[in-house]
Design a protein around this ligand. Structure first.
Ligand SMILES: Nc1ncnc2c1ncn2[C@@H]1O[C@H](COP(=O)(O)OP(=O)(O)O)[C@@H](O)[C@H]1O
Length: 418
């Protein structure tokens, strides 16, 4: 039973290879804060007037992300070169020259000083230029947070069958990355739009209409960046000797922990206290006064939550990893309390599980202002190319054509590899 319903007009393509028609390939890199991922697509154009459809996707990932190489941009770009080797193996040689290669970086590079991010992008561009693939203009860029949120919204609403002409009933999205977190939904009430900071409203053109979405990307509020902020390690000096402590960590825990290429000494508070309550107040500082509460979020909208919401919900046993599941905000809170108050039991999973679960709880409740009873659909979004909108998306094992919405004028949706 697929976890999402199909759009009414959607036609699911059989997964067996189609052997006729013209074949195209496309390469998309998702340069996230915690890893760099390559998606290699094979498209087949069945008839000369139609859009190409997805026949196959190949995926490969490396850790850490590009931002870990902030001081060694050439080494960072080498990770991209390695991944391009995979593409060379997968794509027939005679197709290389017309296979576009694109890289979109997200929060990891947004968090770096501009000149360091620039150096990384330049090195990657050089690797692209040296490759036999087709390098379109602006093929190596940082995607802005607004587009990241909007694309995720388009993706999930397409998959859940909410994207059609005159659509009104849609679902919201909550994406928790390593460096940033995004919230996007289509407000039902005017008050949500009028009370939001103006730059939180994105106007998108779809199906010859304009939709005003509430969307924001909070840079530094991704799960891993929030750990640093909770520990007070964000932008700190004296990293050689300082030990960053937290009551969200097991008392006897002490280790080196690396994020974004920087290593931090972190520990619990050996002769102090650990547990949910103290942890709650520690992580509250990372959220309070930073995250805006949209007027409407207290209502009954449906939200899909993915990325680290999904990862942690699975790890803490809230949902089944193969199916995803429906949870209420209070379930995250209940599980956070349990994990924090029984840290030794959960330590083998991750010493950070208490901090992470508490952060998720605080972000949802104190940050966005969700009620305990708000229902979240927590899914693994195996998104194929959502960041470039190349056009095909899958949730769990379901892969759907995206190109029936091509009549829209939304640029990402309309971008196709041809
Ligand atoms: N192809 C993918 N399919 C499903 N989840 C993914 C994929 N790529 C990344 N993720 C999830 O995204 C999260 C990490 O986000 P990341 O992209 O590294 O951070 P950011 O968006 O803040 O730069 C993790 O929860 C990871 O499981």
């Amino acid at each position: 039973c697929p976890p999402v319903s199909l759009p009414e007009e959607a036609e699911v393509q059989p997964s067996h290879p189609v052997t006729y028609g013209r074949t195209y390939y496309g390469i998309m890199f998702d340069a996230g804060s915690t890893g760099t991922r390559i998606h290699i697509y094979k498209f087949i154009q069945k008839d000369p007037v139609g859009l190409p459809v997805l026949d196959n996707e190949m995926y490969h990932a490396v850790k850490p992300g590009l931002s870990a190489y902030a001081d060694m941009p050439e080494t960072g770009a080498e990770t991209v070169r390695e991944l391009l080797r995979v593409a060379k193996k997968m794509i027939p040689k005679e197709e290389w020259w017309q296979t576009p290669v694109v890289l979109k970086a997200t929060a990891g590079l947004r968090l770096l000083p501009e000149e360091k991010a620039r150096a990384l992008l330049d090195e990657v561009k050089e690797v692209f230029d040296e490759s036999p693939f087709f390098v379109p203009n602006n093929s190596v860029t940082i995607m802005n947070g607004k587009n990241e949120g909007v694309l995720a919204w388009v993706t999930v609403n397409f998959l859940t069958g909410h994207l059609y002409v005159h659509t009104r009933k849609t679902v919201g999205i909550l994406d928790l990355g390593g460096g940033s977190t995004q919230i996007t939904f289509l407000p039902k009430s005017k008050k949500t739009v009028n009370t939001a900071p103006p730059n939180y409203i994105a106007h998108i053109d779809m199906f010859n209409g304009t939709y005003s979405l509430y969307t924001h990307s909070y840079l530094g509020n991704g799960l891993i960046a929030a750990r640093l902020a909770t520990l007070g390690a964000l932008g700190a000096d004296g990293l050689d000797w300082k030990v960053f402590t937290s009551s969200c960590l097991p008392k006897k825990y002490r280790d080196d922990w690396t994020f974004g290429g920087i290593t931090y000494k972190v520990s619990g508070i050996p002769d102090g206290f650990a547990g949910y309550k103290l942890c709650y107040y520690e992580v509250l500082r990372v959220v309070k006064g930073i995250v805006h509460q949209p007027f409407e979020v207290k209502g009954n909208s449906v939200f899909y939550a993915f990325s680290y919401y999904y990862d942690r919900a699975v790890e803490s046993g809230l949902i089944d990893g193969s199916r995803g599941g429906v949870v209420e905000v209070r379930d995250f809170k209940k599980r956070a309390k349990e994990v924090c108050n029984k840290m030794t039991k959960y330590r083998p999973i991750s010493p950070f599980l208490c901090m992470d679960m508490t952060y998720i709880t605080v972000l949802l409740k104190e940050g966005f202002g969700f009620k305990d009873s708000t229902v979240l659909q927590v899914e693994m979004l195996v998104v194929i190319g959502w960041k470039t909108g190349i056009g095909f998306i899958g949730v769990n094992h379901l892969v759907i054509e995206f190109n029936q919405v091509h009549e829209c004028s939304f640029m990402y949706l309309c971008l196709c590899v041809c």
